[in-house]
Design a protein around this ligand. Structure first.
Ligand SMILES: [Mn+2]
Length: 323
């Protein structure tokens, strides 16, 4: 499979369950001395420090991340680069790109990077291929007949429930949510040793992470918030990546348009998250026009904004949401 890869190798993977499981599947087939890394948590790009550190490798594999084209081209100056992914990205010249979504295939047939990697490797269906899918879709995968069928068959054979798989996802994702980048990077190799999948459910460290996360989330749900023009505004300061959960819980509990600002995750930028009954697409476009990293869906918006711009963007959001 990877016989033509010579010299020193680096594997860069997303920090979530799909990224970790994809890395686990690749590591099994790659030379033992390959190094695996995840970007600075929350960064969908490589910093200049990372880029110079990674420029000495002979080959670099990127999985479950659409890193910016200029990052990839920089790595490709020195190294042979291979990308396995399912995010929308144009092919990059000179780079091996295994991405059916980028080639216009139906995302329903390629629901995760782990699935794409597993197919490429010619493996039978297995826990890690499926966990990546459950990680990216959670319960929403139940509406995908083909894959939910595969998942339920697998669960029956392994005497597992869908909730067990969801719990495994929460445990694997707990490492990045508590901000433990080193633990994220250790996990793919740990999973190589986990021949019994029950060991994922029994990992004490990950279980402790979940307890910590629950406490931190509850703390911010219970804390007072401001109301501006019928919009609920909550300011939090946490190094944990819990903003989406906090926003969802507040919005669903109170049934109000909710804006959460987290000043504690990045040193130089704030996380902003919005949940609303209003279509947020125009606001997402506006955020992008202002040059912020901004994305989301109809009812949610997530943005990362330089600290000095954060208050003015929050005012824009409140103005947009006000009746
Ligand atoms: Mn993914």
């Amino acid at each position: 499979m990877f016989e033509d890869l010579k010299g020193s190798g680096l594997l860069i993977h997303h920090w979530d369950t799909d990224g970790i499981c994809s890395a686990r599947l690749l590591l099994e087939k790659l030379p033992k001395d390959i190094v695996n890394k995840t970007p600075v948590l929350g960064n969908y790009f490589l910093t200049s420090e990372e880029l110079s550190e990674y420029s000495s490798y002979d080959f670099v594999i990127v999985v479950d991340m659409a890193l910016p084209e200029e990052n990839i081209l920089r790595l490709a100056k020195q190294a042979k680069v291979l990308i396995f992914d399912h995010h929308l990205q144009q092919p990059i010249p000179g780079v091996f790109h295994q991405n059916p979504i980028g080639q216009g295939k139906d995302p329903l047939l390629y629901p995760s990077a782990s699935w794409i990697v597993n197919e490429y490797l010619g493996n039978p269906v297995n826990m890690f291929a499926l966990l990546g899918i459950v990680g990216d879709y959670e319960k929403r995968i139940q509406t995908n007949k083909t894959f939910y069928g595969l998942i339920t068959d697998f669960c029956t054979k392994q005497h597992l429930s869908f909730d067990d798989l969801l719990m495994m996802v929460y445990l694997l994702d707990s490492n990045y949510k508590v901000g433990d980048r080193k633990a994220v990077e250790e996990t793919p190799r740990l999973l190589l040793e986990y021949t019994d999948t029950q060991r994922i459910l029994q990992n004490i460290r990950w279980k402790n992470n979940l307890t910590l996360l629950e406490k931190e989330i509850a703390k911010y749900i219970d804390a007072p918030s401001e109301t501006k023009e019928h919009v609920l505004l909550k300011r939090i300061h946490t190094k944990f990546n819990i903003i989406s959960t906090v926003t969802r819980k507040i919005a669903w509990n109170l049934g109000k348009d909710t804006v959460v600002v987290n000043t504690g995750f990045f040193n130089d930028r704030d996380q902003i998250y919005v949940r609303s009954g209003k279509d947020l697409q125009p606001l997402i476009q506006q955020g992008k026009m202002l040059g912020y990293r901004c994305g989301g869906k109809k009812e949610v918006l997530g943005a990362v904004v330089p600290k000095e711009r954060s208050e003015s963007f929050v005012r824009e959001i409140v103005r947009f949401l006000s009746p």
